[in-house]
Design a protein around this ligand. Structure first.
Ligand SMILES: Nc1ncnc2c1ncn2[C@@H]1O[C@H](COP(=O)(O)OP(=O)(O)O)[C@@H](O)[C@H]1O
Ligand SMILES: CSC[C@H]1O[C@H](OP(=O)(O)O)[C@H](O)[C@@H]1O
Length: 402
């Protein structure tokens, strides 16, 4: 079409009209830029006369949240569209359909999911999603198993690793999650009321040693194709349906990083209930729901992952009795450690979560921040000795009772 440049709302309409077989040349379209994430433009294109709509997601050559001083590759748009297509082939009901990817504009045309809500918002409103744990457990088990050396030919896997090399976006994670929160970094952002907590992180050698281990796993363990940023702002949801969006951080990394991301974000909302629940009884009741969801997410994942391994493994020697247990036990430990890292970064690092930041009552917000840090730090310190997901639930309950 044209050289790369960020589209205006008007240009997004022109572009939408040029997509074959979608809108008539004289269609009356409306366009609104609705991107509320940290990185990209998202145009919602609608045709009021027919009710047809699509989403155009366009990468910017820099991180929107910081500005042009933080350049970022446009190749992440390719990675996102190819990851969505990979996930869609395995779990078509759990991701938006990709209609087209336009490399010159770093732009993906995809299904409009505006009939869903962003899960983070849904949890802040204290809604419950009975299908979520089953859906996300299936998404995780299928996408992770089939992209690993257990589920695909190992030579093909190496080609896949090459396809999803994603250095710029990995660097964001390596710095913002696994480094900056543990030192007095310029990028950090936290309320002065919890400076004591931040300084405690910077001085906690035992904690930093565990984070160093987890960071090393993120840097070196090309276990499976990850979504790479699976927080509740990357999930659209209703009571009947779950859709995972935004896999631009996709790369080959440790499976526990994706599973841990889901668990961390449920636990961040658990901490945020300091500010969102109207009274102690409803706080306890909603927290119970969140912890049940944590447990069900892991158990569904584990059950489906083991079933896939038993029925679909392509790797003979890994079927030696005992290896599956060793593998899954390590996955649980990784999941718990990465969950802890994902919680800590959302309190003291760059880019927070609304579950905590939007709490208006200052005292409740501070309690939520301290609780999230207490849970996150304990998960990190405890992860290597964990043997059951129930330990995560106990850690959260004990921290909330303090
Ligand atoms: N397929 C979609 N359907 C409807 N809205 C979408 C879709 N994809 C993204 N959005 C909207 O755009 C916002 C930002 O999208 P996201 O992919 O998370 O961008 P970023 O990569 O910048 O974080 C979402 O929170 C959502 O409101
Ligand atoms: C400088 S990027 C910060 C942060 O933003 C990303 O989230 P999203 O794409 O959903 O806005 C990712 O979590 C990064 O760590």
């Amino acid at each position: 079409m044209t050289q790369y440049h960020p589209l205006s709302e008007g240009e997004a309409i022109q572009f939408a009209k040029s997509i074959p077989d979608l809108f008539a040349a004289d269609a009356q379209l409306a366009s609104r830029e609705i991107g509320d994430g940290n990185l990209n433009l998202v145009f919602h294109i609608t045709e009021p006369a027919t009710g047809k709509s699509i989403i155009l997601k366009q990468a910017l050559p820099y991180a929107k949240v910081v500005g042009e001083s933080w350049p970022l590759t446009l190749d992440r748009a390719r990675i996102e569209s190819e990851a969505l297509q990979y996930e869609g082939a395995l779990c078509p009901d759990l991701v938006p359909r990709v209609y087209q990817y336009v490399p010159e504009l770093a732009l993906t045309v995809m299904e409009d999911l505006s009939d869903h809500v962003i899960m983070r918002r849904g949890l802040i409103e204290r809604n419950k999603y009975p299908k979520f744990a089953g859906d996300i457990g299936r998404f995780l088990s299928h996408t992770l198993f089939y992209s690993s050396d257990l589920g695909m030919n190992q030579q093909d896997k190496k080609e896949r690793v090459k396809q999803f090399i994603n250095p710029d976006l990995c660097k964001i994670t390596e710095d913002l999650i696994f480094d900056d929160p543990y030192r007095d970094a310029e990028t950090n952002s936290f309320d002065e009321t919890i400076r004591d907590e931040a300084e405690a992180l910077w001085n906690d050698t035992e904690l930093k040693l565990e984070v160093a281990r987890l960071r090393h796993g993120f840097l070196t363990n090309a276990q499976a194709l990850l979504h790479g940023d699976l927080h509740t702002g990357s999930i659209f949801i209703t009571e009947q349906s779950t859709k995972v969006i935004d896999p631009e951080f996709a790369y080959y990394g440790p499976m526990g990083f994706d599973i841990g991301a889901v668990i961390a974000n449920l636990l961040l909302n658990f901490a945020g209930q300091e500010g969102w629940s109207p009274d102690a009884a409803s706080r306890a009741e909603y927290r119970e729901y969140l912890l049940t969801t944590v447990k069900d997410t892991w158990t569904t994942f584990e059950w489906e992952f083991r079933s896939l391994w038993n029925d679909r493994s392509v790797d003979r020697i890994s079927n030696t009795p005992g290896f599956q247990d060793i593998y899954v036990e390590q996955l649980l430990r990784d999941t718990i450690g990465y969950a802890g890292c994902k919680m800590v970064r959302r309190i003291v690092g760059l880019a927070h979560v609304a579950d905590i930041d939007k709490i208006e009552d200052a005292a409740a917000k501070e309690r939520a921040q301290r609780l999230a840090l207490a849970i996150g730090k304990t998960l990190i310190k405890h992860h290597r000795s964990s043997v059951s997901i129930d330990e995560v639930l106990d850690i959260a309950v004990k921290a909330a009772a303090q």
